[in-house]
Ligand binder design. Structure first.
Ligand SMILES: Cc1cc2nc3c(=O)[nH]c(=O)nc-3n(C[C@H](O)[C@H](O)[C@H](O)COP(=O)(O)O)c2cc1C
Length: 329
């Protein structure tokens, strides 16, 4: 698929996830076949006021391209200024967040709250498109709530104002992250605009990925929670879409090695102290579904070093081998 002149390797995209989809996770998902990644959202206001943390979040490594940087805010001018400055980090696209439901974002009128103010949403898109030398994409939900589903209207505004693609998350803001996914509205958006439409929401495995593609006709799919502790989901979806091969989950010992490889990256990029604190939640996600998971996941809160994690992984592998042996005897 192409987003304007950016060629993406395939139509499998890693979603932006604040506090989760950092450089280490994005690189991990790329290793498993994600064709495009979006960095964690950054406040346009904070960034333009010189906030150091925002600038750190915007850093993209060589290995991550093609990648988008995502901005949120309510002021067209500040958003445009932020987009211009963000070009220093060499993004392949700038994504505008119009879907975030978190009160600290939506209560300021940004994120999903912009779906209640389409004239302002239009002004923001126009200003950012004008300021940006790279394609601009917009990510939003189906609407604010079930009584105000207006994704088609917003997608048309995006197209009118020169956006290169839209991502539609098939839930309203009122739904937060709950099911069901509204495939019908995503399909209507696809039928209403000519720019590429990326379908997002509820993709947890190959089946739900195929469902998103088939029910909406979308050009690409974006995976968020389905990749947590399971970055190989991209490989599984690609194997099915390209060759109708159903790849099982990797065996537990392989999963533990993938977890260690991911956490080694976190530690390499953030240092062991900060890195291991952040790695705890990832470790708990990787351990989900393994034998004796509940007890192991409780231990994740105590992980302070890579050595601690290696020891935990070794225990999981040993217990798994023992159980498998018992079962075959
Ligand atoms: C922990 C977390 C952080 C998120 N952060 C962002 C963000 O920074 N920007 C954004 O547009 N969406 C963000 N989202 C929403 C996801 O990108 C995605 O739209 C949503 O989770 C639906 O996809 P899923 O059902 O595959 O999880 C976040 C979601 C989660 C779970």
């Amino acid at each position: 698929m192409d987003i304007h002149d950016i060629q993406i390797k395939n139509n499998l995209i890693l979603a932006p996830m604040a506090g989760v989809a950092d450089r280490a996770f994005r690189e991990t998902c790329i290793d498993f076949g994600a064709g495009f990644v979006v960095a964690e959202m950054v406040s346009a206001k904070g960034f333009t006021m010189g906030d150091r943390k925002s600038a750190e979040l915007l850093h993209l490594s060589e290995a991550e391209h093609p990648a988008a940087i995502q901005l949120f805010g309510t002021s067209p001018q500040i958003m445009a200024d932020a987009a211009k400055r963000a070009l220093a980090f060499s993004p392949d696209a700038i994504d505008i967040n119009m879907g975030c439901p978190a009160p600290k974002v939506a209560n300021t009128g940004a994120g999903s709250a912009l779906m209640k103010d389409l004239p302002l949403a239009r002004e923001i898109i126009r200003a950012v498109v004008k300021a940006s030398e790279v394609p601009v994409t917009v990510k939003f939900r189906t609407g604010w709530d079930a009584d105000s589903v207006n994704a088609v209207e917003l997608a048309r505004i995006c197209e009118d104002e020169g956006a290169a693609a839209v991502t539609v998350h098939g839930r309203t803001r009122a739904q937060m992250y709950a099911f069901p996914i509204d495939y019908e509205t995503i399909a209507k958006v696809k039928q209403s605009v000519h720019i590429p439409v990326i379908g997002n929401g509820g993709i947890r495995d190959v089946q739900s990925a195929v469902r998103m593609l088939n029910e909406t006709g979308c050009d690409a799919i974006m995976v968020a929670q389905g990749a947590l502790g399971k970055p190989w989901i991209f490989q599984q979806i690609a194997a099915y879409l390209n060759n109708t091969i159903i790849l099982p989950d990797p065996p537990p010992e392989q999963q533990m090695l993938y977890m260690l490889r991911h956490v080694q990256k976190i530690v390499a990029y953030k240092g062991e102290k900060v890195g291991m604190r952040e790695a705890r939640k990832h470790a708990a996600w990787y351990l989900k579904g393994t034998r004796g998971a509940a007890a192991y996941r409780r231990k994740c809160g105590e992980l302070n070093s890579l050595k601690d994690l290696e020891a935990l992984a070794a225990q999981v592998i040993a217990q798994n081998m023992q159980k498998t042996q018992e079962e075959t005897e």
